[in-house]
Write a protein that binds this ligand. Structure first.
Ligand code: 2AM
Length: 178
């Protein structure tokens, strides 16, 4: 019997920034805003692969390893609420071209390998809350979380002891930012 894992490509958020975002979140949102995503689970998904087996994982990792593109600076300075998936998110007001390019390559490689991709355009976001309350109010503008993105990674979503956490499996460097 072949085993599968729930995998996705994502950008890591530096640990220190994860902590700062969580601290800021606690100041800006009320306690009933929703189910907060744990600091260590904050990330930006680039391409969701779903439940896949080892062979497909290996093929997608080989393709990921051939990606050559420069890094970029990412600034999270926007927030939003999607009522249907009940998610509150952080994202960039302006999406760097390098981010769009990276997500687009990974998503098309995934699609060609049989991992169904969301037909909606890529909307870069970091989920802050799940099961968000309908009436959640968003923080006023003026915040900005910024870091140089010089790698992307493959994660497994693991459900253990009643909690989901994301285990980093592989990381690939991007070139120097232009
Ligand atoms: P999110 O990016 O909106 O938080 C692991 O589940 C990650 O993949 C999460 O970040 C999740 O949502 C994202 N993701 C994208 N499409 C998904 C899907 N169809 N099912 C589950 N998670 C998905």
């Amino acid at each position: 019997m072949s085993t599968t894992r729930r995998l996705f490509f994502a950008l890591e958020i530096p640990d220190e920034l994860q902590q700062q975002i969580v601290y800021w979140r606690a100041q800006c949102f009320p306690a009933h805003a929703g189910r907060p995503v744990a600091a260590a689970n904050l990330h930006m998904t680039l391409a969701f692969l779903g439940e896949i087996g080892a062979q497909k994982q290996q093929a997608l990792c080989t393709l990921a390893g051939r990606i050559r593109q420069p890094g970029f600076t990412l600034t999270l300075n926007d927030a939003g609420h999607w009522p249907r998936p009940r998610v509150v998110w952080l994202g960039p007001r302006r999406t760097p071209r390098g981010l769009l390019q990276l997500a687009s390559i990974l998503r098309s490689q995934a699609a060609r390998s049989g991992c169904a991709q969301n037909p909606q355009p890529f909307h870069p976001h970091v989920t802050l809350y799940r099961q968000a309350s309908d009436s959640v109010s968003l923080p006023p503008p003026g915040f900005a979380w910024q870091w140089p993105v010089n790698a992307f990674a493959l994660y497994a979503s693991v459900f253990e002891r009643g909690r989901t956490h994301y285990r980093l499996l592989s990381r690939w460097p991007l070139g120097n930012a232009p």
